[in-house]
Design a protein around this ligand. Structure first.
Ligand code: FAD
Length: 323
């Protein structure tokens, strides 16, 4: 089956997000010897073309327009539909991010192609891509493929190994004019959170706190540990509901789904709804006073103790080792 595979690259702070680099690796696998084309929109598109090529794209198409400076569903979907070829079998790969989740159903419906979301791995059998995605809040997995030749997939961050950067790779770059009209939503302002730091869904290391931290102040030791490790701070809904932290940090069924290399859960009981968002992390360390806490069932390293003793202890050791 012939697949020309396209990857919509997302940018954050003027540079390509790591999930888009992972999407390129997925695209390369699907495409085999067929071409992989990266697509970048916005004012920083041109300067990021080389990154896409060095990580697996054969060609990069860029477009800029006032309406593409900030993401809107209307703007991006119109631009994408003008950039993608008509009536040809294609696969489009997008990160399973806030943008990917919003854009993919619109584009799939407009083109009339299948959509498989939140894939965590893929294989190619007899030239046909087979995608694995979690179901039942991560308790089972299903394998899916497209009925038709064309399709759109979104890939979960931190699950597909990116291709190493190859600076010797060269590719074609083309800049296209797009015509965008009838934007029904206007982004008036974007307010960045103070100390927003690493995006939780892409973080390689997460230190998460639960109701066991007991107060907003109680998150301080976790923030210090996350700082030393170069990671991000997350939370259970229990901690968010108690007002100890912002809901933007919530991990779980109704929060963010994360798959970091290291997940440290401190003062989190391990309710099924929390596990749904983090149980596929590579290594899980749980710190809890209660030896019967269900979080220990999914933990690789189990520390029974008071998080206010254990967490500063780990931080101190890491700092000592570094100096
Ligand atoms: P608790 O269950 O109160 O656990 C606190 C833990 O801290 C305990 O295990 C205790 O032993 C330990 N502890 C206390 N003090 C210390 C200390 N000093 N040192 C070490 N350990 C200590 N929850 C989520 O997290 N994410 C979701 O997305 C989510 N979605 C939900 C959706 C629905 C529809 C529903 C019904 C619930 C959802 N929940 C979600 C809530 C979930 O059921 C739990 O209530 C919540 O995860 C509990 O948070 P917690 O573990 O922080 O609190």
């Amino acid at each position: 089956m012939t697949h020309h595979v396209f990857v919509l690259g997302e940018m954050k702070d003027g540079t390509v997000r790591s999930v888009s680099i992972e999407a390129l690796a997925a695209a390369r696998k699907i495409a085999g010897n067929h071409p992989v084309t990266g697509i970048l929109f916005g004012e920083h598109a041109n300067e990021n073309s080389d990154i896409m090529i060095q990580h697996g794209a054969d060609e990069v198409i860029t477009a800029d327009h006032q309406a593409l400076r900030q993401y809107t569903t209307d703007g991006y979907s119109q631009a994408l539909l003008q950039v993608l070829p008509d009536n040809q079998p294609i696969v489009l790969v997008i990160g399973h991010t806030a943008i990917g989740k919003d854009l993919s159903p619109r584009v799939a419906a407009k083109i009339g192609m299948g959509l498989i979301t939140d894939i965590v791995s893929l294989e190619v059998v007899n030239g046909k891509p087979i995608f694995t995605r979690p179901i039942y809040a991560g308790k089972a997995f299903e394998k899916k493929t497209f009925k038709e030749t064309s399709g759109l997939v979104t890939i979960r961050p931190n699950n597909v190994e990116p291709l190493p950067k190859d600076q010797s790779r060269h590719g074609k770059k083309s800049h296209v004019q797009v015509n965008i009209k009838d934007i029904r939503t206007v982004v008036k302002d974007v307010m960045k959170k103070a100390g927003g730091g690493t995006d939780l869904s892409e973080a390689k290391i997460i230190v998460a706190g639960g109701r066991g931290v007991k107060s907003a102040e109680g998150f301080k030791p976790l923030e210090e540990l996350a700082d030393v490790l170069g990671g991000a701070v997350g939370a259970s809904r229990g901690a968010c509901d108690a007002g100890y932290c912002d809901y933007a940090l919530q991990i779980g069924q109704t929060g963010k789904v994360v798959t970091p290399d290291l997940y440290i859960a401190a003062g989190i009981s391990g309710a099924i709804q929390h596990l749904a968002g983090m149980s596929h992390s590579r290594v899980i360390v749980a710190i809890n006073k209660d030896p019967e806490a269900p979080i220990f069932d999914v933990a690789d390293y189990k520390i029974v103790g008071d998080l206010f003793d254990v967490v500063p202890h780990i931080t101190k050791h890491l700092k000592d080792d570094a100096s």
